[in-house]
Unconditional design. Structure first.
Length: 427
């Protein structure tokens, strides 16, 4: 047994190798033992003569390159949109995003390693405005370095038609687009645009009666409707075409730079591409006796296809985004913009409105638009004609498909009849 093999006695397990091959391999190539280096041993030196522990060269292995705090903030800004190609950043284009980001970087609000990267600074937009659209107040959030006098330094690097009025601390995961509960847009338009064609210019007056007519038509938009005829690329019945309008108001006429204008303010949860401009264009054509009110009601139906005119983008501006749910939370500072109320009114009355009316006089924007949308102009119903042509083509295609299906069905019936007659003959 075991005792006979080992000389009649059982030696202890410590005296015998567990694996001879492993032991021989370790003798030839002994394994290198790793030496654990501790922080105190790595960063300090012992002096044998003095017997004292020397201090390291720096107590922080990564010196702080950012002496100022970094926080998530919401910038309140306003801009005149005619000098930019929209709000959202676009390669090889002068946009509000690109100009604003560069100004914040020059002010020290964005570190060099995070420049030109909206992802690193968590850049988020509240309401995206298109080319030529202005904003009295809009919101952009980012993670910025709070250097002293950040607001003044940013505005020093911005053009006069783009201003930052204030900034507010916001939570880390705050998304202004998702947290926004509503938006108020405003459209400035000269009163002569509403003049019916049958009324002479010298007899036309935008009085209270005319204002009530405008208001009565604007009220037709209130509520939830299908606005697929007031945009492009969205078919009728699509859920994205449904929008909720809370109010649509027409102000009393005011004089700006010698021109009588009114302000049309629309409050909604959200809007789709070209929706507001087409809504206003339809109202203008109804008052000018170019369209009927029935056309507007028909355009709001999901199964109807109606051409709607598009007013110029020059007069459209975002008045204010709303954050009702966020403001109801006492944990955070409310985004009510009361601290910048005077700055917003000053920017609207002294910068936006005068510049818009100045450009309107120079380029005759609304006059040219009225000429193009005259009922006698053959290009007026170009969209409607193209749509009808597409429908006719689709109907012709459907008819041809039906004919093909009928032919194939007839062929199948003939084949079945032949098989039946051949089977009867065989039997």
């Amino acid at each position: 047994g075991i005792n006979a093999e080992y000389g009649g006695s059982h030696p202890s397990m410590s005296d015998q190798p567990h694996n001879k091959r492993k032991q021989q391999r370790h003798e030839k190539n002994p394994p290198k033992r790793r030496r654990t280096v501790y922080t105190d041993e790595k960063n300090t030196k012992k002096s044998e003569e003095e017997g004292k522990q020397a201090l390291p060269e720096t107590t922080d292995p990564k010196p702080n390159k950012r002496p100022f705090p970094k926080r998530n903030i919401a910038l309140l800004l306003g801009y005149e949109g005619s000098g930019f190609q929209g709000l959202q950043r676009n390669p090889n284009a002068v946009t509000i995003d690109s100009v604003l980001e560069e100004a914040i970087f020059k002010a020290g609000g964005i570190m060099p390693e995070n420049a030109n990267s909206f992802t690193k600074v968590c850049w988020r937009l509240c309401a995206r405005t298109d080319k030529g659209v202005s904003a009295i107040a809009n919101v952009v959030t980012l993670k910025a370095v709070l250097v002293p006098d950040l607001l003044e330094k940013i505005n020093q690097n911005l053009p006069e038609n783009l201003r930052v009025f204030d900034f507010y601390p916001v939570p880390k995961r705050f998304n202004p687009k998702r947290r926004c509960t509503g938006r108020i847009y405003q459209y400035v338009i000269p009163t002569y645009v509403f003049k019916p064609k049958s009324v002479p210019s010298e007899e036309y007056v935008f009085d209270d009666a005319m204002r009530e007519k405008v208001q009565s038509i604007l009220n037709l938009y209130r509520g939830t409707h299908d606005f697929h005829n007031f945009t492009k690329g969205i078919p009728g019945g699509d859920p994205s075409a449904k929008r909720y309008i809370l109010s649509f108001e027409c102000s009393k006429p005011i004089i700006v730079d010698g021109t009588e204008v009114v302000l049309l303010s629309v409050h909604g949860q959200s809007f789709i591409f070209h929706q507001i401009r087409k809504m206003i264009g339809t109202v203008v054509m109804i008052l000018r006796d170019s369209l009927s009110t029935d056309i507007l009601l028909e355009a709001l139906q999901p199964d109807k296809h109606v051409w709607t005119p598009l007013v110029p983008s020059l007069g459209l501006m975002l008045k204010r985004p709303l954050f009702e749910y966020h403001n109801d939370d006492p944990t955070y500072r409310a985004l009510s913009f009361e601290s910048a109320k005077e700055k917003l009114e000053q920017f609207e009355n002294q910068v936006l409105l005068p510049n818009i009316l100045k450009m309107e006089k120079e380029k005759q924007t609304f006059k040219i638009w009225l000429e193009k949308n005259d009922p006698d102009n053959p290009l007026l119903h170009k969209g409607e004609i193209l749509h009808k042509a597409k429908n006719q083509k689709s109907n012709v295609k459907l008819d041809s498909d039906l004919q093909k299906n009928q032919v194939s069905d007839n062929n199948q019936e003939q084949i079945l009849k032949q098989d039946q007659t051949e089977g009867e003959k065989g039997n």
